[in-house]
Design a protein around this ligand. Structure first.
Ligand SMILES: NC(=O)c1ccc[n+]([C@@H]2O[C@H](COP(=O)([O-])OP(=O)(O)OC[C@H]3O[C@@H](n4cnc5c(N)ncnc54)[C@H](O)[C@@H]3O)[C@@H](O)[C@H]2O)c1
Ligand SMILES: CC(C)CCC[C@@H](C)[C@H]1CC[C@H]2[C@@H]3[C@H](O)C=C4C[C@@H](O)CC[C@]4(C)[C@H]3CC[C@]12C
Length: 369
């Protein structure tokens, strides 16, 4: 017992800790970080599930707050040893304005960095995204690329632009002197498309399939490959890199790492069918019926409708020119940098990730869309 209290001395803060990824990071920290004494969960919207975590040996502190408010962030960061900054506005559908996306993703990240500097917090892990690299607006494929693969990263959409700016801020902050005189140590993780329990877009596709009588219609050629990664492995990589950042600051500080695991490379739709298929949906081949030019036209029409209707209502369908371009561009990652630098191995095999996700989709069945 005395040993346990001696070991438990670290305070972690997870921003966005009630989001899809954030919840998995929070739960993973509680399971796999034995040195944790307090876990602060900071989010705009707190989940009721946090209550059940408050009975364990780690003090779980729920903080309702906004990353765009510097004083709220500073108050939450003060006294934390490590910050895992996953909070972000993930919007490629035009639900939020570009200004709001920048405010949350860029200004929010600036606030987190400044809070670390002011309060003396030394270790910062940032959840970036593959989108800081690509796919670019030219639709160039990124095939089995790694962190050093040259790629023309040209963005126009506010989400990837904001993630790229925020990532750069985090990496540039590495080495800055924090309150107390020691250097800040930062790194960024770049997940590809995350899937698993709690994945809203998977839930949307599932309900859409149910509404269409158990069918989904193929829109993208099966030859376009996407890299996807299981949320449990992304969470595990955050826990591990946060730990190793403290042990190997010189090696990990200022570095970026793609998040990867053993999930197979497949088209976005074929990959989703790995879970939706066993839940009773089937993918109907419609390539001859829906040619790509027609999809582009529909996507452009959706964008026009979104703009026209904006004063009256929010029209934000899944299909728009940006999501079509991303869905239609091969982007796959093949790297071992995280393994070499901090001994990362996926915690969940593909079979395990798949069956956990299927179990979750089955539980979603019947729940309201
Ligand atoms: N989902 C993916 O496929 C994916 C892939 C790569 C990277 N990412 C990154 O991972 C992170 C988490 O994404 P997610 O998919 O879990 O999204 P999510 O929307 O489920 O979670 C984001 C969380 O941040 C919180 N948040 C938003 N604005 C906030 C604010 N102003 N102040 C405080 N909290 C705020 C939200 O309430 C939410 O709980 C994001 O930074 C995202 O860019 C996600
Ligand atoms: C043509 C349409 C019918 C299909 C639409 C699918 C589309 C909504 C999907 C395809 C690819 C998805 C993105 C990809 O998995 C990676 C990321 C990175 C992450 O940081 C945020 C989410 C995002 C952009 C996914 C969003 C949904 C996309 C575009």
């Amino acid at each position: 017992m005395a040993e346990a209290t001696e070991i438990r001395k670290l305070v972690y803060l997870v921003t966005g800790g009630c989001g899809f990824l954030g919840e998995h990071v929070v739960r993973m920290l509680l399971q796999r970080e034995p040195r944790l004494s307090e876990l602060r969960v900071f989010d705009l919207h707190l989940g009721p599930w946090l209550e059940e975590l408050k009975t364990g040996p780690v003090r779980v502190t729920a903080i309702q707050g906004d990353v765009t408010q510097a004083h709220e962030v500073a108050a939450a960061v003060a006294g934390a040893h490590v910050v895992i900054h996953t909070a972000g506005l993930v919007d490629v559908f035009g639900r939020a304005s570009p200004e709001t996306i920048y405010e949350v993703n860029v200004q929010g990240t600036k606030n987190v960095i400044e809070a670390c500097v002011q309060t003396g917090t030394r270790f910062l892990v940032y959840t970036s995204s593959m989108e800081v690299v690509g796919p670019n607006i030219k639709g160039h494929p990124f095939y089995r690329g790694n962190e050093d693969t040259p790629y023309e990263a040209v963005h126009k959409h506010p989400y990837p632009c904001s993630k790229a700016q925020a990532e750069q801020l985090v990496l540039e902050a590495n080495g800055r002197e924090v309150h107390g005189g020691l250097p800040l140590v930062t790194c960024a993780l770049r997940p590809t498309g995350i899937y698993g329990e709690g994945h809203q877009i998977m839930r949307d596709f599932y309900h859409q399939g149910l509404r269409l009588g158990g069918r989904l219609f193929r829109a993208i050629p099966a030859s376009v490959e996407h890299g996807r990664v299981y949320v449990g492995n992304v969470a595990w990589m955050h826990v591990l890199v946060a730990r190793e950042l403290q042990r190997q600051a010189a090696l990990l500080g200022g570095q970026v790492y793609f998040c990867y695991d053993e999930s197979p490379y497949k088209s976005y739709e074929d990959f989703n069918m790995e879970f939706l298929g066993p839940c009773g949906l089937r993918l109907v081949e419609t390539r001859l019926l829906v040619p790509y030019w027609l999809l582009m036209l529909l996507a452009a029409l959706n964008a026009l409708l979104q703009w026209l209707l904006r004063p009256l209502l929010l029209y934000a369908p899944l299909l728009n020119p940006y999501t079509l371009a991303v869905a239609n561009t091969t982007f796959t990652v093949s790297t071992d940098k995280a393994r070499r630098h901090f001994g990362y191995e996926p915690l969940f095999s593909w079979e395990d990730s798949r069956s956990r996700t299927i179990r979750w989709v089955r539980a979603v069945e019947g729940s309201a869309p």
